[in-house]
Design a protein around this ligand. Sequence first.
Ligand code: NOJ
Length: 767
Amino acid sequence: MVLSINSNDLLYFEQLQPPPQTRTSMLQEKKDGSTNYSKKDQDDLGLWEEKFGNFLDIKANGPSSIGLDFSLHGFQHVYGIPQHAETLLLKNTSNEDVYRLYNLDVFGYRIHSKMGIYGSVPLLLAHKPDRTIGVFWLNSSETLVEITTKAAMKVLPSQIPDVSKQRVLPQTDVCWMSESGIIDSFILMGPSPFDIFKQYAQLTGTQALPPLFSLGYHQCRWNYVDEKDVEGVDTGFDVFNIPYDVMWLDIEHTDGKRYFTWDKETFGNPKRMQKKILMKKKRKLVVILDPHIKVDPLYTIYSQGKERGYFVKDRKGGDFEGICWPGSSSYLDFTNPKVRDWYAELFAFKTYKGSTEILFAWNDMNEPSVFRGAELTMQKDAVHYGNWEHREVHNLYGFYQQMATAEGLIRRSGNLERPFVLTRSFFAGSQRYGAVWTGDNKAEWSYLKISIPMLLTLSIAGISFCGADVGGFVGDPEPELFVRWYQAGALQPFFRGHANMHTKRREPWLFGEKNTQIIRAAIKERYSLLPYLYSLFYQAHTTAEPVMRPIWVEFPKQLEAFGIEDEYMLGKALLVHPVTEPKVTTVSILLPGSEEIWYDFRKFSCLKTQGILKIPVTLDNIPVIQRGGTIIPLKTSVGKSTEWMVDVPYELRAALDSKESAAGELYLDDGHSFQYLHEKQFLLRKFTFYQNVFSSRHADGDPRYHTKCKVEQITILGMKKQPSTVTASIHGGKNKKVAFTYDAKNSVLILQKLSLHVGKDWELHIQ
Ligand code: NOJ
């Protein structure tokens, strides 16, 4: 038995009950929202209302909480339930706060806290060496999760009749409690971590395949002040020879925080800016679009929204009003399909003046954030479409905004182009609409460190496309931290530098020549790795494998790996160990797997040791290690942005395992449209190295994507003998001899000037 339900008898549900008539009439609300009633009335009405500081929450249906416990037998390692600034391994909450899932705007959130921050995914994974299981608690109201890990006496069946063995086994009890809603829970049976990812994806969907540009580097700041500033920053990247793909504009680009508009003074000609500065250089723009809408009858989005009844209502039936960036604001009710449909239409080029096809979207403040609201969010007794109280759908609000935004971007392109939408708030399934970042972190080492378990937790909860503000949002990073953050971010799924308005400017070249050079190298390395990263995203999209993975996911039997959160795998081939402390000269890395061979990704040397390896580090880079048995596709050179690199030839880097073989793949398509889906216009190349033959073949029906791109170089790490000849045999062509060099010291064979079509089948025979 792996799981039992209600063993601790914690199943409960409260029944919905409208407040009794006579009692409601006693509620005489004052203008300030407080009520006036006697002590006795208060006792009577206690169940229908709750005071929270100055806020009064009227519960239309009375208390409506639900709860249930799950006992996970034999498990002591549990993971998941983002988002918390906490360890990868979930903690026992017997003597600590319980984990709270309640989407909130928390500026500079506290580390090692179980408070709810921007998003929630109520999925918990439990793992032991031979089994992974999952519990998905599908509820979008405020939820608490209690975790108790203990040693339990188990009676185990025995072969000998009448003799039973007693053994102490670990057990983790997980109790979910939600403020309202129904008990709707799914048990995922695994048995492997990858089975869990697939099973969960069957329920909530897989990661949307991002447009390729969005895997490049993003440059953001609150705020790039005007068109000239944008131009200067954009040029800076070229002057300093640093690739980047996307310029971002924060709230100040709008006319008085009216989203979908432009400030006339600073961004007077947004189309020109996009065309002359960005499009020309094959780069993109992302602008911010928050869900609050300024109360201003002259602002079309407000007046239309008001007229059509598209805002969330307060409990008295008026439009809910709260304060946010623009001052008094109403909040679009994205839970209403009509509102989503209407919102999506706002992205039509003719409606969204000044937008072009290179403009993409950023949804912020969508927990939703309400300044001066209870816990800085919306009153729970606000009312949504279908008469749902806000308390029921709170954790879904941001999810629906991102859904509508992604739909808008798709529609404006005539359903041809893939969208890019970054959201701060999210829920189970948000992976289908774009990317997520970890909100307002601080420019401190501890925040760099915690970003790794935070991103790993998001990744195993289905959200592969995730990242943290590089450099740290709040405060000014010291140069060493800044450099280390770029090195970490460059090897994480979503890679964006961002900074709060009160910080000093920090474009990547502002920290002196030496640091600029290191940051440039980190960003360039990411660009050379994009074919691998994009292929990983294709796998996330089709088979639900997370792009960034905890070590235990790849090495499920290795106990020492279960708590590792300072290193991670990018796909199954690369192990990354960011440096998250100052002045580090060596790092200890767990090299997992007893049979594995590992190679230094940059020096190509074989790292003989098993277990813990101490590696010297300098400021120049962070350790990246390739696993034997894998082949990684790379680009041989880097351009100004991803679009400049379309025709750049590939290198395939193979690292041999103990059987002297390796395998890998490359996914390739046009990088931006849905043709891969509708017309199957993509290439999925499978590469293998086996018995001295390196071969390339298509792995999914007839290849329908055509490219002239070549494989120029193949590097084979762990090649024990120097070959005498290498011959390329190309399907339908002549055999030809291949030039090579061999480094006997490191056992590295490099095949150069190959000029093999990436889309064609071929073999290389090494003799
Ligand atoms: C809060 C977001 O988390 C931050 O990234 C953004 O810069 C500010 N809002 C201003 O829009």
